[in-house]
Design a binder for this molecule. Structure first.
Ligand code: ADP
Ligand code: MG
Ligand code: ZN
Length: 486
């Protein structure tokens, strides 16, 4: 359906993402930011907004905000400040939110996406979260019997990352949020937990006639909390706005709420303008002054970002794009992989094991990559003994791996104990092969005359003799020596 609307109109999207900074305490007081504690247990006079108290900026939150802004290639403002954004709502005890208005910590960055596009970032600013209303008997205030206020979240440090309207499909919007989430996780700035509300995203959507360079009027969609609902909410808006435009109507600039269960958006309030908030500089906090040196140090401390990692995996390690994508998408898996490549120099082989049998086992057992006895060093050790011919790869995957997840023994100790070791005694294998070449003298003659088909015959016979526990490369090598001998 939306495809017919998109024949005539172009979709334009700008995203505002709120990410909770990974601090132990709140932005302006010492209360804990822990999730899931009893209602109103993490509160104090400051985050309750009692009169006469003074906020003090959490330095760690400032550092994390700076880190995120640098990872997004932003220009950092050496001087920025906090402002009061005033509105009334029962979850906002102070009657205003401390945010940054005209002088945010950072502006003008980009986020490079795996599809090759790089939407621009307009600004990154710091602000505190509000509290939470719990509505009895309904999802929202409307229709509920009564509502309770939980102030635990009030004062939680957030950054808001605002994109330019540079996103043109629902898929790209999803990719943008996914990549932003990964980047923040890699920088250790945000835990990226959408279910717990650590990341929330507002989607600004408009349509304009194809080819027009004037942006259409937008609606802002709030309460979109999963990657799937990003796609659904955008699809829904394309339909809704398209229908209005097709009937000759005008889009109202407004804030709409995504209703997950009904799969639709509904109007929440008409769009407020900045001057509705009566912003003014927060008088209780000093301006934030950053030194060039601090910025340089933070920049130097940035880890490899997801896009850089994909690049290394593809171009230096020669992984294919699917392998690279999977390893980067799952932070723990990528970390496991990196640690293992430090110990065993065959990234392709490690990726095969991690993405194949290891991932399958962990998924089945619902365990993380660092939650079993199979540490990166154990996997590296295993791959080394496979390479050395101590055990065949297929037997290692089939018989050894399941033990490695749960055993305290080393890979070779387990092989010993379970009788998985290949015979590596060259002398014993050589005399056996020699006996075979005598037993099957005719076939051996043919092999020597260049009939290479006979090679698999002899390897097969040897494997039979050793019940599969001779290393095929070793058998081949010894066979070659015998061929050359005469
Ligand atoms: P406000 O601060 O009032 O929400 P902004 O102009 O700062 O408004 O824009 C907020 C977000 O909306 C930004 O991500 C921006 O890219 C996006 N946006 C602005 N105009 C449009 C439009 N016509 N269509 C889609 N997105 C838009
Ligand atoms: Mg907005
Ligand atoms: Zn507090």
């Amino acid at each position: 359906m939306s495809s017919s609307i998109l024949d005539k109109y172009e979709l334009v999207i700008g995203l505002e993402v709120h990410a909770q900074l990974k601090t132990k305490t709140k932005l302006f007081c010492a209360c804990s930011t822990e999730f899931g504690t009893d209602q109103n247990s993490n509160v104090c006079p400051i985050c309750l907004g009692l009169p006469g108290v003074l906020p003090v900026l959490n330095e760690n939150a400032l550092n994390l905000a700076l880190k995120a802004a640098l990872a997004l290639n932003c220009q950092i403002n050496l001087e920025s400040k906090f402002d009061r954004k005033q509105y009334f709502y029962p979850d906002l005890p102070k009657g205003y939110q401390i945010s940054q208005f005209d002088l945010p910590i950072a502006e003008w960055g980009t986020l490079k996406l795996p599809d090759g596009t790089s939407p621009r970032i307009r600004r990154v600013h710091m602000e505190e979260d509000a509290g939470k209303l719990v509505h009895a008997g309904a999802d929202r205030l409307h229709g509920s019997a009564y509502s309770l206020v939980d102030i635990n979240r009030a004062g939680t440090p957030l950054i808001e990352i605002v994109s330019e309207p540079d996103i043109f499909t629902a898929e790209q919007a999803k990719l943008y949020v996914q990549e932003l989430r990964l980047l923040l996780i890699y920088c250790d700035v945000c835990d990226g937990n959408l279910e717990e509300g650590s990341m929330r995203c507002d989607i600004n959507i408009s349509l304009k006639p194809k080819g027009s360079d004037k942006l259409g009027t937008r609606a802002e969609i709030k309460n979109v909390n999963s990657f799937r609902s990003i796609l659904r909410a955008i699809e829904y808006e394309i339909e809704r706005q398209g229908e209005i435009l097709e009937e000759g109507g005008k889009i109202v600039q407004e804030t709409r709420l995504w209703e997950e269960n009904k799969g639709c958006t509904f109007s929440m309030r008409s769009k407020e303008e900045a001057n509705d908030y009566r912003y003014f500089p927060e008088p209780d906090l000093k301006p934030i002054i950053l030194k060039a040196e601090q910025i340089e140090n933070t920049k130097a401390s940035l880890p490899l970002l997801p896009a850089q990692k994909r690049d290394i995996y593809l171009n230096k390690y020669n992984l294919n794009s699917e392998e690279a994508y999977i390893l980067v998408e799952d932070y723990e898996r990528g970390l496991f992989f990196d640690q293992c490549t430090q110990l065993f120099d065959n990234p392709k082989k490690i990726a095969g094991w991690l993405n194949g049998p290891i991932a399958a086992y962990l998924k089945e057992e619902k365990l993380g990559f660092f939650e079993t006895k199979l540490k990166p060093s154990v996997l590296a050790e295993t791959l080394k003994i496979v390479e050395a011919g101590l055990i065949s790869e297929s037997s290692a995957k089939k018989d050894l791996l399941s033990e490695l997840f749960i055993s305290d023994l080393s890979p070779s100790e387990i092989c010993e104990q379970k009788g998985l070791k290949q015979i590596s005694d060259e002398g014993a294998i050589l005399s056996e092969i020699k006996a075979l070449t005598e037993e099957f003298a005719g076939q051996f003659k043919e092999l020597k005359e260049g009939k290479d088909k006979m090679r698999s015959f002899f390897v097969g016979q040897a494997m039979k003799k050793f019940k599969g526990k001779a290393s095929p490369p070793l058998v081949n090598k010894l066979l070659d020596e015998l061929i050359k001998e005469v």
